[in-house]
Design a protein. Structure first.
Length: 290
């Protein structure tokens, strides 16, 4: 593997009338090219969370596309949040993105919400084009308590006087991600920070994105979509996850695409996909070795 020469491009495309930002990781020079990968982040995060995975996979010959969902990171915020902050619109954006990039066939790795978008796409607009699907601590049903927890904080993000204080906040709330190096915590913070008019800093997303849960309360009830998926699926479940319960993961083994379910020790919601064991697990699945 060679990641030293892989320098991702920061790019923008207009998808469904909205400007979408993404990091475009080209395959490392001198490495045989493999199937491209869409790597999609979680609810209140950005595509930069996928940097470790993208660096690893690009070093093995994959082109990796890591979007910021509308309303997150450097992507445009929706002028009609009550309509556009939902899985259906996110899937339409994803479809427009891969069309413009000319990706006829690719794999999908999605953390939390990013995995839910992947399920919707694999069962609908991108069926036949997504070849393998990795669901990182997400399933067709969410635990009710976790949904309430998300609704309680997502619409009213904390703010702090300094970036250092924001980093300490992230280290606390994202402790379930598992091990991150100091450099990775710094990147997580700096790539998802915005400054408010009063000078304080806060996570870089549109608080109105919580409307997904108020205006589209059944958005994450995805068993019908899951049962239509007909490709190999890998489900990674954080051992301590409060979002993807063990009985839901077990049901995913037995119906629809009959996912391969792997429990990740030392993590809750959701594994950060940044340590060798997790990276190797994903890569081996994507090339059909598991």
């Amino acid at each position: 593997m060679n990641t030293s020469t892989v320098v991702p491009q920061s790019r923008y495309l207009v998808c469904e009338g909205r400007e979408i930002h993404f990091m475009d990781w080209a395959p490392a020079p001198g490495v045989p090219e493999s199937t491209p990968v869409i790597a999609w982040h979680g609810l209140a995060r950005t595509g930069r969370d996928m940097d470790p995975l993208a660096a690893y996979l690009s070093g093995l010959g994959h082109r990796v596309i890591c979007p910021d969902t509308i309303g997150r990171g450097l992507s445009q915020w929706s002028p009609t949040p009550e309509i556009e902050y939902c899985l259906d619109f996110y899937a339409r954006i994803a479809t427009a993105l891969v069309e413009q990039l000319g990706l006829a066939s690719f794999h999908w790795v999605g953390t939390s919400m990013g995995g839910a978008i992947g399920m919707v796409c694999a069962a609908g607009p991108l069926q036949g084009r997504i070849q393998r699907l990795v669901l990182n601590d997400i399933g067709p049903k969410l635990a009710d308590a976790a949904v309430e927890r998300i609704r309680s904080y997502a619409g009213n993000p904390a703010s702090f006087a300094t970036v250092g204080e924001l980093e300490q906040y992230f280290r606390t709330v994202y402790k379930p991600y598992g091990f991150l190096t100091d450099a990775q915590w710094k990147l997580l913070t700096e790539s998802s920070t915005r400054r408010l008019p009063n000078g304080r800093v806060t996570p870089h997303y549109d608080p109105a994105m919580v409307m997904q849960f108020t205006q589209h309360p059944a958005d994450y009830e995805l068993w019908d979509a899951y049962d239509r998926i007909d490709i190999p699926v890998l489900c990674l479940r954080g051992a301590d996850s409060d979002l993807l319960l063990a009985d839901t993961a077990e049901a995913m083994r037995d119906r629809g695409p009959r996912a391969l379910v792997v429990t990740i020790a030392g993590c809750g919601h959701a594994p950060a996909l940044n340590v060798p064991e997790q990276l190797d697990l994903v890569q081996r699945f994507l090339v059909g070795v598991h």
